[in-house]
Design a protein around this ligand. Sequence first.
Ligand code: GYE
Length: 329
Amino acid sequence: MKKGFLIILVLGLALTLSACAPAKDPGAAAGGSPAKADRRQIVVGFSQVGAESDWRLGNTQSMIDAFSAEGGYRLILDDAQNKQERQITAIRNFINQGVDYIVLAPTTERGWDTVLGEARAAGIPVILVDRRIEVEDESLFVCWVGSDFRREGDTAAVWMEEHLPEALRIVHLQGNLGSSAQIGRSEGLAAALARHPGWKVVFEAPGDFVQAKGQELIESLPQDLAYDVIYAENDNMAFGAIDALKNAGILPGKDVAIISFDAGGRALRLVLEGEINLDVECNPMHGPRVRAVIEQLERGETPSKYTYVEETWFDAETLTQAVIDRRGY
Ligand code: GYE
């Protein structure tokens, strides 16, 4: 009995000692080159909006691919689940961890002054991607990379002017209120409404860029509400709207025109099939663009303050299968 106890004690001690032993230098053990071990890893804290849409998933993947360990980076990714408070907490965590760069894809435009002031006080450069922010002092961020959302809204409006009748009853599914993507796309529509007395918005509500919410909103419309077009501010809300219409025996793309934004692969297939009439492109592949900005900063260069991504639009006449096959999102 006593002897057994002693054996256990000795074994336990041996295990504890081995756990405390200093780790061997992996480079030396593998006979690896010291130069490789010395190379500095750049730590990037990325505060992402959430996972609300196909666009967002494509965007996250693009960032993961761009900031790989093989490329010399360590990416700390934080998913804020569409909450600005969570993004503010994430940024404070990045500051505490002493990251080299903070990349922020902001949920909404306002409310960033304080936390970005904290990042500046800690000497950490902040790069904005996707949506924009409104701050008192624009030097709180180094630069921004993303899309011209107002232009996307204008593009949709022009297409509607050219392809749809002058008397138009519009159902407007908005994105996250206060986000640049919502603001720009809604502004484009509002400007066109001012030009067209025959256009009327018969229903308008935010669906937060989420498929289930798009579906719920269309299902919630009064039975006797007549409308000609659904202006959905992203593909996922358009998917939800399409499902709701089909369940009600209404043909999307024919009985009701569908306008959408993002133009991800899944949506483009519906353009070819005639269920989405127009999809305005919004490119989420920002990873390499943000990496290029960081490379510039590492070389001591000054990146341009605002970089807009080139984008186009697709309807059944302009879209080809080859475009869909090349889509990375
Ligand atoms: O259109 C939508 C996503 O900010 C451009 O956010 C982005 C928008 C995109 O959830 O699908």
